[in-house]
Design a protein around this ligand. Structure first.
Ligand code: IPM
Ligand code: MG
Length: 381
């Protein structure tokens, strides 16, 4: 019996989203054609363009498709056109709203250094060697969503802006559980990051993570770190980390910081995962970390590797195709080894190529590697 087809939804979104998504989409089609990945792919409107055409940032048809998808590939959101949309509508269709409605509590951001890109990194070679960590960021709690929030005018005429950092024990435990489970598949070490020396939410965070570890994950090594120290450790000695678990805002900041180990924010993929539902299916959004980059949008010079590596994560985590994920990551590495460089990772001596040409370079490596890969797979069986 042919296996059931997975339903993959593409949301190119704003800024450079459509450009990088076009390349990820070509790679996905290659996977369907050449590797028999059982997926049907459909693109939906989202963002400023959707608003212009339909009056909604997240039109109902798109919202429905997101609910039914096995995997969502997301391009980017934001930029001047998006900012010009009335706030109520922007909020209603925001990425934060999507994360919240799909319950995407675990955001996974792998930071793996690639020797070919050591030159592009702001850090020294010796610091970059052996870096292979994953940041697990809590994505639907904390100060991003806490109430009360707002800007008020005080009796003396001053204005006061306020947000609330809040976490419940179950919110902390579910993301910590995810991190411990990841660690079991890796080097077995979790570093939990908080600001327990100042914040009560941090005290609770630390206590809950430790209690869960002691009760259910004694085989995993757990350490705790304050976030300020962690920011320093990430640039001082990033190779020390295996799985790093932290809250929403600290994870936002630390993942941008850690990105520089990979040479450019343009390289970074991410997965945002919801709870496993009946039949094992879980909502999942795969998204490059770089954002909409309005300054270079439409120029065809964006780096599509963040989007392409996000597709690799989708192959591994949602589409049940870990071998194809390895194949794709290998092809990206080979393209970089062969000198493919978009402008964000440019290097003297090497020509700068376009977004499309980087897509071509990866496809070329896939075509080249595939027969060998086939032979290896056969040799194994
Ligand atoms: C990220 C981004 C988002 C965030 C923005 C676009 C809301 O910076 O995914 O890291 O802050 O979560
Ligand atoms: Mg961010």
């Amino acid at each position: 019996m042919p296996s059931k087809k997975m339903n993959v939804v593409l949301l190119p979104g704003d800024g450079i989203g459509p450009e990088v998504m076009a390349e990820a989409s070509r790679v996905l089609n290659w996977m369907i054609e050449h590797r028999g990945v059982p997926a049907t792919v459909q693109e939906f409107q989202y963002g400023a363009e959707a608003y212009r055409l339909t009056g909604a940032v997240l039109p109902p048809a798109t919202e429905k498709a997101l609910q039914e998808a096995d995997a969502i590939l997301f391009g980017a959101t934001g930029g001047p056109e998006f900012d010009a949309i009335p706030k109520v509508e922007r909020r209603r269709g925001s990425l934060l709203h999507i994360r919240r409605t799909l319950e995407l509590y675990a955001n996974v951001r792998p930071i793996v250094t690639i020797p070919a890109l050591y030159e592009a990194s702001s850090l020294k070679n010796r610091v970059l060697q052996g870096v292979d960590m994953v940041i697990v960021r809590e994505l639907i709690g904390g100060i991003y969503f806490g109430e009360p929030r707002g800007i008020e005018t005080l009796p003396d005429g001053q204005r006061r802006g306020f947000n609330t950092q809040t976490y419940t024990s179950s919110e902390i435990r579910r993301v910590a559980r995810f991190a411990f489970e990841q660690a079991r598949l890796r080097k077995g070490r979790v570093c939990s990051v908080d600001k327990a020396n100042v914040m009560e939410s941090g005290v609770l965070w630390r206590e809950e993570v430790q209690a869960l570890r002691d009760a259910e994950f004694q085989d995993v090594e757990l350490t705790h770190m304050y976030v300020d120290n962690c920011a320093m450790q990430i640039v001082r000695a990033p190779a020390q980390f295996d799985v790093l678990v932290t809250d929403n805002i600290f994870g936002d900041i630390l993942s941008d910081c850690a990105a520089m180990a990979c040479g450019s924010l343009g390289m970074l993929p991410s997965a945002s995962l919801g709870p496993a539902r009946e039949g094992g299916r879980r909502s999942a959004v795969y998204e490059p970390v770089h954002g909409s980059a309005p300054d270079i949008a439409g120029k065809g010079i964006a780096n599509p590797l963040g989007a392409i590596l996000s597709l690799a994560m989708a192959l591994r985590l949602s589409l049940g195709r870990p071998s194809e994920a390895d194949l794709l990551e290998g092809a990206v590495g080979a393209a970089l080894d062969a000198g493919a460089r978009t402008s964000d990772i440019r290097e003297e001596r090497l020509p700068v190529i376009s977004c499309r040409q980087m897509g071509d370079a990866v496809l070329r490596e896939l075509d080249r590697v595939e027969p060998r890969f086939e032979a290896r797979a056969e040799a194994r069986t």
